[in-house]
Design a protein around this ligand. Sequence first.
Ligand code: WA2
Length: 268
Amino acid sequence: FSRQNYQHYVDVLANMCDERARMLQHQFAVSMNHVHALAILVSTFYVGMHPSALNQDIFAEYTARTAFERPLMTGVAYAHRVFDHERGLFEKEQGWTIKSMHSKMPSPVHDEYAPTIFSQETIGYLVSLDMMSGEEDCDNILRARASGKGVLTGPFRLLKSNHLGVVLTFAVYKKELPPDASAEEKIDAAVGYLGGAFDFESLVDNLLLQLSKNGDILVNVYDITNFSRPLIMYGTENSDDGLFHVSPLDFGDPFRRHEMRCRLARKV
Ligand code: WA2
């Protein structure tokens, strides 16, 4: 191939990759904004009203009817913060016991729990599970309530589907926080956690396949928070050292870094 031809492929690849990264980042941002709004909905109608104006049926209906706002997410759920001294009464009121995520057995004693009490029907299997009993979910909960921001896990295999994805978490606070609230004040004010999963293996796959014409381009997404140990989030791992392009990705959690790497499906 001529040098001119090669430069053409370099440009085409860069444009296709940048377009896909922008598209994915946009869909991510749209979904995150909507989950943020759901956290405020729970704060207003569940935490802020006595008696509560929200229950599982209303949450399930509202989240099903607004699912189009979160096209890359399998579903959303609300996990309530329960201290150990409240556990007995809480379980009696709910009519179930708080369970561990992986064993599905009644949870051993901890200082506090985060059992899911409301869920979109698509992830109804989370109800009664203590989200602090999963390592990735627990890390997210701690970081979300101390920061007041939407936070993401690294890539891991999601419950039930076993698809590769990441979980998004926002803390729900009992009252609106002053903008200068300290981490301790935020942690104290947290009453629960609103979140859900981005399914890279099926929903992001759909989005990217829609875009690629006849499989012209191979896309990988990496979590590069630890730059020397990139974690694959999407696509098949590839050791090919041919022509590739890296497009930046910002999924909105400053603690994590991501990038998209694209290559042409056919060698040039
Ligand atoms: N949502 C969906 N699938 C999952 C998952 C999850 N977490 N964890 C593992 N598989 C209720 O942070 C609160 C959702 C977590 C929110």
